[in-house]
Design a protein around this ligand. Structure first.
Ligand code: TRP
Length: 329
């Protein structure tokens, strides 16, 4: 049987950035050839911190359109919006009742996010975020969940909850394997190449929907080093290495070959080529996104289709779960 994968992404920015693209989303696209794939926009996770309603709705549509424009294909995969499948919230309640308060409190991402916002302003939703994530996953009984390293702890909680549920109520849930993405590129901040690219540091973050001019400027202002030689050395030359990684990912040319081709050339040449390559990708991508956004009815109908397909699987799990725990359904 074709193995099933599931993954989600939050609609918390106006655009995905090249770190999202090269770190995770290219994987989403390629896994369609070998797996049965379920991908969703995690709008319920987004509201763990305050969101403007109109902006959230727009970003959800934009995220969905971007996935399609990147090649996530509704004919091959089930693509949906989390809040449109009510089973996520239903199942989450059950899993909340199986999660220890101490267990939830130990999640490092919660601790980080709560500390950032001032601990007392953190919502209960931020605390239970990983339980919702566990529900997202266990509803669909995937074999693997492709996520970044930062999600490892949430995956472990998911596995623990599945094992606990099965132990208490009998074999019901599939214990998923994490599928930590490291083969693909880890893209660093252009202004601080020792930190991961993130929307919280806009100057060093290239968004797929940034205007082409802005993208070019960001790449040309990337921080390098005081040396002149173009070589791949993450420790001593993190900026140059990051540019090589980006170029390699978008051209498909291996890094050593790129290094050879840049022998004797200057950092400016490398930046120029990175910019040209990223723009070559971004321009048709943006046109496709705008085209999709121009036909809301079609986009909403694709969302509804995805939600219907997802619901079929999710509802069966909830029925199973409700029966096992003794709800009088
Ligand atoms: N927490 C994930 C992130 O921020 C997003 C997410 C929510 C997710 N639910 C999921 C990822 C289920 C994989 C599976 O990246």
């Amino acid at each position: 049987m074709t193995p099933r994968v599931l993954s989600g992404i939050q609609p918390t920015s106006d655009s995905f950035h090249i770190g999202n693209h090269l770190g995770a989303l290219t994987n989403w696209v390629s896994m369609q050839e070998t797996h049965e794939c379920l991908y969703f926009i995690a709008d319920m996770h987004a509201i763990t911190v305050e969101q403007d309603p109109a902006q959230l709705r727009e970003r959800t549509l934009l995220s969905f359109a971007q996935l399609l424009a990147l090649g996530v294909d509704p004919k091959k995969s089930t693509i949906f919006v989390q809040s449109q499948v009510a089973e996520h919230a239903q199942f989450m309640w059950v899993l909340s009742c199986l999660t220890g308060l101490g267990e939830a409190n130990r999640m490092t991402q919660f601790k980080d996010k709560a500390a950032k916002g001032g601990a007392s302003s953190a919502s209960v939703g931020l605390l239970t975020y990983p339980i919702l994530q566990a529900a997202d996953i266990l509803l669909y009984r995937p074999n693997a969940v492709p996520v970044g390293e930062d999600q490892r702890q949430h995956l472990e909680l998911t596995r623990d909850l599945a094992i606990r549920f099965n132990g208490r109520y009998g074999q019901t849930l599939v214990v998923p394997e994490p599928h930590i993405l490291k083969a693909t590129a880890k893209i660093m901040d252009l202004q601080d190449p020792t930190a991961k690219m993130s929307k919280s540091s806009p100057a060093g973050c290239v968004n797929l929907l940034d205007s082409l001019k802005v993208t070019e400027k960001k790449i040309k202002s990337a921080v390098t080093d005081s040396d002149t030689q173009i070589s791949f050395d993450v420790i001593n030359k993190p900026g140059v290495s990051n540019l090589l990684t980006i170029l390699s990912a978008y051209t498909g040319t291996a890094v050593p070959e790129l290094v050879d081709s840049f022998a004797g050339r200057m950092y400016g040449d490398l930046k120029k080529e990175v910019a040209a390559t990223v723009l070559e990708f971004a321009e048709p991508f943006q046109n496709r996104v705008f085209e999709l956004m121009g036909d809301r009815a079609e986009l909403e109908s694709l969302m509804a289709d995805g939600a219907n397909r997802a619901r079929e699987i999710a509802a069966a799990t909830v029925t199973d779960v409700y029966t096992k725990i003794g709800f009088a359904i």
